[in-house]
Write a protein that binds this ligand. Structure first.
Ligand code: ADP
Ligand code: SF4
Length: 689
């Protein structure tokens, strides 16, 4: 299919200094937590995006010197000659598909603790590290400033030798340049402090020296923020007088401006709080200041929005991190007129959670992310079937749908049955809860794909019992029947249910609320899950006129959502809605009119009058059907059933990402012999120098 001519503008080449990108699709630098220890994994992951049509593919943070050491967060490294060959792996992979490779050279300033290198962090001032370890930076004197500039130049030369085409000077997110640039942070009395010209001096010198060193063949990009870093009532303000003034002094010095905003959690805000193209109000002035190309982000998945951004002069290049993770082939799909095949990012920030937890990148929508090298998984290709066996899948949640779709793409004949009238399982139900509407895309994408597969039959509204399954004559049966929330207090904190809950009719779970079985009056949420469900439930109850007490066993509410950069916004939203937070308490009893809590530190008891209790603790696999079937080996054999397996929440209740992954892995490995071996390649460390 040919692409819609309306999207032609997205495929125009753009000149960036001495290099030219073939189109406007630009994978901005983003962390992948694969780091220096996993160069093959990184190269294959970035190379896949180039194969998928991105015109520019960048590294994530690439440290220029041991004084910029981010461990335990894994980062790419460019410290000396030994790193040239390692980093060339990625540049080569990206070049194989005609894309440009960019390296985000980075010095962390006071933000790092240098726990690995044990060097002193260096910054414009002496300030505590952002980790926050009780470690302070040393104040950079003139010779330190000179050294940092030289490290930039040396690293840029090595990047060029590795084959990179675009070299970044990273001047935002509070790393080394920001305390120099900011009038609020810079109190130096030398020529690097005071006037705007002085505060910009270090950045200007670094850009100039980097350009002098590599500018004959490489473009020099500057990552900069558009706002003045003022946050009022939880919202980044559009004020930007200081940034405009600074940018004005060096407007045409870089070859490219990569513009974001100062707050990470707003810049890559989750879809619960931040929608597509949300940076426009902040960045729209930048193109009026510079004649150089501008790139920015906005979780762009709609080609129409992308065209609009370019046509209205907001940006020249469509920057993407998450959309390129969820669908490395997004540009190719637009190019081929297959927009409906785009696997749209749902904005869950599970990718970022992996960075936060210091483990390789993973994605809810794209189960192949991070598996390109070690398992040789391709997001758009899958091996053809090895037999004519047919497969019955029971349950069309993310696990069942992904398994059906991927087996279908392999050519297998699959029957997918689902109790509910709509396919999607938990994502369909949860996406109807406050703030979660975009999660629906997990089901939408797979429904669209399933409709195209004539070898996959879907039966919504079809609840299967054990006797139905035995009658069907499918040699392979996969149960993807999901899980239920528990009514008791067994969870993260309690290894056994201990709370005395006597008024069972007034105890609810998220499944009740989703079904519309709502409590009334004052409701206590007991959250021992610590992710999004407790806070989403609080909002739903408040919508329905309830008053909410939010009890958590930990020291802060929804604490795991720190990993998805949602915690602060969640907390602010619930505070504004009038939720009463009670931290570090365990539920001991509820009798229908009052709840008794224990302080986790002192054991002191607290009694609170509430009308109902909503337990958000832990889930129980919905595996009764599985146990009923395995208890009848003779019937299974008579029915010709060769394999019976559970996947997704029905086996191990977890995140949506894990359920999709389980479905995908099952489909890939369905006809592989089961082995006890490690089934993926590992990056090998060699002894010796
Ligand atoms: P997962 O996240 O593992 O995919 P979900 O809970 O999202 O799990 O989806 C499980 C789906 O299985 C639900 O939509 C549920 O209605 C469906 N289901 C459960 N039992 C049966 C059954 N016996 N027959 C058909 N569908 C079922
Ligand atoms: Fe998007 Fe979620 Fe995938 Fe991240 S994990 S790219 S937010 S779908």
């Amino acid at each position: 299919m040919a692409r819609d001519p309306y999207f032609d503008i997205l495929f125009e080449p753009v000149k960036i200094g001495p290099v030219t990108t073939k189109n406007r699709f630009y994978q901005v630098p983003h962390s992948c937590s694969m780091g220096a220890a996993m160069p093959n994994t990184t190269a294959a992951m970035r190379g896949m995006k180039a194969e998928g049509g991105w015109g520019v593919v960048n590294t994530g943070l690439c440290s220029i010197h041991p004084t910029s050491d981010d461990l335990p967060y894994p980062y790419t490294r460019n410290w000396d000659e030994d790193d040239i060959k390692v980093n060339a792996l990625m540049a080569d992979k990206v070049h194989e598909h005609g894309a440009l490779a960019g390296m985000e050279l980075w010095h962390g300033g006071h933000q790092v603790s240098n726990l690995y290198s044990r060097e002193n962090p260096l910054a414009a001032y002496s300030r505590t590290s952002a980790t926050p370890d009780p470690i302070q930076s040393a104040i950079m004197d003139k010779s330190d400033i000179k050294r940092v500039r030289q490290w930039y130049v040396d690293a840029a030369i090595r990047a060029k030798t590795s084959g990179f085409d675009i070299i970044y000077v990273y001047a935002t997110h509070n790393y080394v340049f920001v305390p120099f640039l900011s009038s609020k942070q810079n109190n130096r009395s030398d020529e690097y402090g005071g006037s705007t010209k002085n505060r910009v001096r270090l950045l200007r010198e670094t850009i100039e020296e980097t350009k002098n060193a590599v500018g004959d063949r490489c473009a020099v990009a500057v990552r900069f923020c558009a706002d003045d870093g003022i946050i009022v009532d939880g919202k980044v303000q559009v004020e930007a007088e200081e940034q405009k003034e600074m940018m004005g002094l060096i407007a045409d010095l870089p070859d490219l401006w990569d513009i974001g905003i100062s707050s990470w959690s707003h810049e890559m805000g989750s879809s619960r709080f931040v929608k597509e193209a949300a940076l426009e109000d902040y960045i729209s002035y930048v193109k009026s200041i510079t004649s150089k190309p501008v790139v920015s982000v906005g979780r762009f998945t709609s080609p129409n929005t992308m065209v609009s951004q370019v046509k209205r002069g907001i940006m020249d290049l469509i920057g993407a991190a998450r959309p390129s993770i969820a669908d490395p082939f997004l540009p190719k799909k637009i190019e081929e007129g297959r927009e409906e095949d785009i696997r749209e990012c749902i904005g869950c920030n599970m990718c970022f959670a992996h960075n936060w937890r210091c483990v390789p990148l993973s994605c809810t929508q794209n189960p192949t992310m991070g598996e390109e090298w070690r398992r040789n998984w391709h997001p758009e290709k899958i091996d053809p079937k090895k037999s004519d066996d047919t497969i019955l899948i029971v349950g069309a949640g993310p696990a069942g749908m992904e398994a059906a779709m991927s087996l279908g793409k392999r050519g297998y004949h699959v029957l997918l049955s689902e109790t509910e009238r709509e396919l999607g399982g938990r994502v369909i139900k949860e996406s109807k809860l406050p703030t979660l509407s975009e999660w629906n895309r997990v089901a939408e994408y797979r429904s669209t794909q399933l409709k195209k597969l004539t070898n996959v039959e879907t039966y919504p509204g079809s609840h299967l019992k054990a006797e139905d399954i035995l009658e069907f004559n499918f040699p392979h049966v996969v149960l993807a029947t999901g899980a239920f929330w528990r009514y008791d207090d067994f969870g993260f904190w309690n290894a056994q249910p201990t709370a005395k809950l006597t008024a069972k009719d007034k105890v609810f779970t998220p499944d009740d609320i989703i079904k519309g079985n709502m409590p009334t009056g004052r409701v206590m949420i007991f959250d021992d899950d610590h992710y999004y469900m407790g806070s989403v439930m609080a909002e739903k109850l408040i919508e329905n006129g309830c008053q909410v007490d939010f009890v958590t066993t930990l020291n802060s509410s929804a604490s795991w959502s720190e990993c998805t950069a949602e915690h602060d916004m969640t907390q602010a939203r619930l505070m504004k809605l009038g939720v009463n937070f009670i931290m570090a308490k365990t539920l001991k009893a509820f009798d229908g009119s009052k709840a008794i809590l224990d302080c986790n530190y002192t054991g002191q008891k607290q009694e609170i009058a509430v009308d109902a209790l909503l337990m958000v603790t832990c889930r129980i696999p919905n595996d009764a059907l599985y146990h009923e079937l395995v208890s009848q080996p003779e019937a299974l054999s008579k029915a010709g059933i060769k394999s019976l397996v559970r996947i997704g929440d029905c086996l191990a209740p977890s995140t949506i990402a894990r359920a999709v992954y389980a479905g995908h892995k099952f489909a890939r490995e369905f006809d592989e012999p089961i082995s006890g071996e490690v089934t993926f390649k590992r990056e090998k460390q060699f002894l010796g120098i």
